[in-house]
Design a binder for this molecule. Sequence first.
Ligand code: SF4
Length: 383
Amino acid sequence: MCLTTDKKILKFIDMNRREFLKTLAVLPLTALAKTSSRGYYVDPKVASYWIKKEGNTVQCQNCPHKCVLKDGQRGFCRVRENRGGKLYTLSYGNPCAVHIDPIEKKPLYHFLPGTTAYSIATAGCNFRCKHCQNYQISQVAPEETSNYKLPPEKLVNEVLHHKNRNNISSIAYTYTEPSIFIEYMLDSAKLAKKEGIKNVYHSNGYLNEKPLLDLIPFLDGANIDLKFFKNDSYMDIASGSLEPVLNTLKKLKAGGVWLEITYLIIPTINDDTKEIKEMTSWVLDNLGDEVPIHFSRFYPTYKLENLPQTPLKSVEKAREIAIDMGVKYSFVGNVPSGNPGENTYCPACGKLLIKRRGYYILENNIKKDSCPACGEKIAGVWK
Ligand code: SF4
């Protein structure tokens, strides 16, 4: 996808996330497509994070599902398989989605605004979200998606090749759940860091502590979906649980990774004011007041097509609640572009600091890392 012509920029300005995701399958990165044909590539590689059990049985230790797998069985994420008593990953170096995106699309609003992220995803996920906007690639196995052959060395070379022309600051591991391709992500992130490229990920946060702690030194930014603040909802809607996600948030923050949170408001599921207040209160108590919270609108999709689209006022109200409770930076997402809730304001004097329209920056008034009007330091990664 080339973002260099005005026509294309205008086309993407008003494209919301849901519309963008529909284009994943049809917008291959032009230059990459020239040098790397797509196919159903699966290159099994012995996985990290597993232990041997009795006989040929193994147990994956990568995420809280801790799948116990007999010979020939595949994990809940559809990408890790027991072959002859060893656990293999089938998602190493074979992304099914490769794009250059504005970093704002992750969304990361206080992380090098106006730059782009070379974004990749493989097939598979360790959640079963009934509202997944990207289920065509997240709820299938790698054999069911058309993939690029893009091992870490080639990925980093591609990023370096496109870096200057496209203002790329980072590689984003995104779209599906990057934790399920942890080996690929980790090897790529290590190489990228050596080349001065930053690494960010957008994740459901459902990862065990050991792989998370291995990843943190190479991560610069993260947006974690805090999908609900009720364990029952996690179980019913996503086939996961709340506590590991909260633990991931705390570990990322403690590890010095720039952190933002997305809370997708789904009517009747998690739009209750009490739940939003409890979630916000937890964030303030455990992560502090400088972690941005994005309240995003749900659009009926996949297995939740029966629910209505989130009213605009629900996300606007949630943002107001968060700010009233003390969160310094909160945003609305998946809204018609031009909403004031897309902007960053100084939490001390209220000056408009970053004006956004959709995924694009119209004004950035931050000087170094501070408000030019009152000098307040603005949390984020600015250079
Ligand atoms: S990463 Fe996959 S195989 Fe491993 S525990 Fe999680 S769902 Fe199971």
